[in-house]
Write a protein that binds this ligand. Structure first.
Ligand code: ATP
Ligand code: MG
Length: 264
């Protein structure tokens, strides 16, 4: 990638950044002089949590590549701490599944199987490092130039059993997960919650469309609580049974999901 962490300036002027994307909690910028990297700015609580999680995770082909932190100098204000990542150029899996090119990619023979293997490899690794993602979903998966997937956004994740700073998004949330009364707030999802969320992602990759196209955002939790799942009849038998298995919390680990899909 050319530049390595040691070469990075520890302080970057705000004018050296170019807006790339905004999430619910953070803003991500390109660094004009370093086109292969981005910097993520967010509230300091999330910043410190995410830094600790990436330090635990280290480098893995299915985890966004983390290059440490740098301070962004904004005129006369105090510098804002930012986290440096390698640029993953094709946007999120969510955006991919919303677009025509991505949908046709998802329909290529073997593509969903490959993507599933990559995501389950990533989840299995995360869990082996005592991390629960806690907000896994197509919005927190990035697509590389080679269409390979990497998992990102550990800002609210659990490390060594600490509470998550924010819960999973509704489409990816196990209906029985206990949320704090003042949600969004700390909650305690498990490996099973990440696996539940993978079930929704597998559904979305297989259908080439987001769950919200089949079921409205407001009714998703109520419907799933009542065991009313979207129509899965167009899916082939194996992924359909695995999606339902994830939603019904039948797998004890990501590796077992991979086994059920015939991936290991
Ligand atoms: N390494 C990266 N390369 C390219 N784009 C990225 C990268 N990291 C993040 N982004 C973009 O920035 C957006 C916001 O990043 P991120 O998901 O980390 O922030 P967030 O505000 O915590 O998100 P959320 O809305 O899930 O809470 C992502 O959805 C993605 O579009
Ligand atoms: Mg995100």
């Amino acid at each position: 990638m050319g530049t390595e962490p040691a070469d990075f300036p520890k302080s970057i002027e705000r004018s050296a950044l170019q807006f790339l994307q905004r999430g619910c909690m953070a803003t991500v910028y390109r660094i004009k002089s370093q086109p292969a990297f981005v910097i993520k700015l967010q509230d300091t609580t999330y910043h410190h949590n995410e830094k600790r999680v990436y330090e635990r995770l280290g480098r893995h082909p299915r985890i966004a590549a983390f290059y440490g932190e740098a301070a962004v100098q904004q005129s006369s204000d105090l510098p804002s701490p930012g986290l440096l990542f390698g640029l993953v150029p094709n946007g999120t899996l969510r955006e991919t599944l919303e677009g025509d090119i991505g949908q046709s990619r998802a329909k290529r023979p073997g593509q969903v199987t490959l993507w599933s293997a990559q995501l389950l490899d990533g989840l299995s690794y995360i869990h082996s490092r005592s991390v629960i993602h806690g907000d896994f979903g197509a919005h927190n998966v990035l697509v590389g130039l080679d269409w390979g997937l990497v998992i990102t956004d550990f800002a609210g994740s659990r490390l060594d059993g600490s509470p998550c700073l924010a819960g999973p998004s509704p489409a990816y949330r196990r209906p029985t997960l206990v949320l704090p009364p003042d949600a969004p707030g700390p909650c305690e999802p498990t490996e099973g919650d990440d696996i539940y969320a993978f079930g929704t992602v597998l559904y979305e990759m297989s259908e080439g469309a987001l769950l919200y196209r089949a079921i409205t955002r407001d009714s998703v939790l109520a419907s799933f609580t009542a065991g009313l799942y979207p129509d899965l009849s167009s899916m082939s038998a194996l992924p359909r049974s695995v999606v339902l298995g994830c939603w019904k919390c039948q797998y004890s680990s990501a590796r077992r999901v991979a086994g059920a899909l015939g991936l290991s």
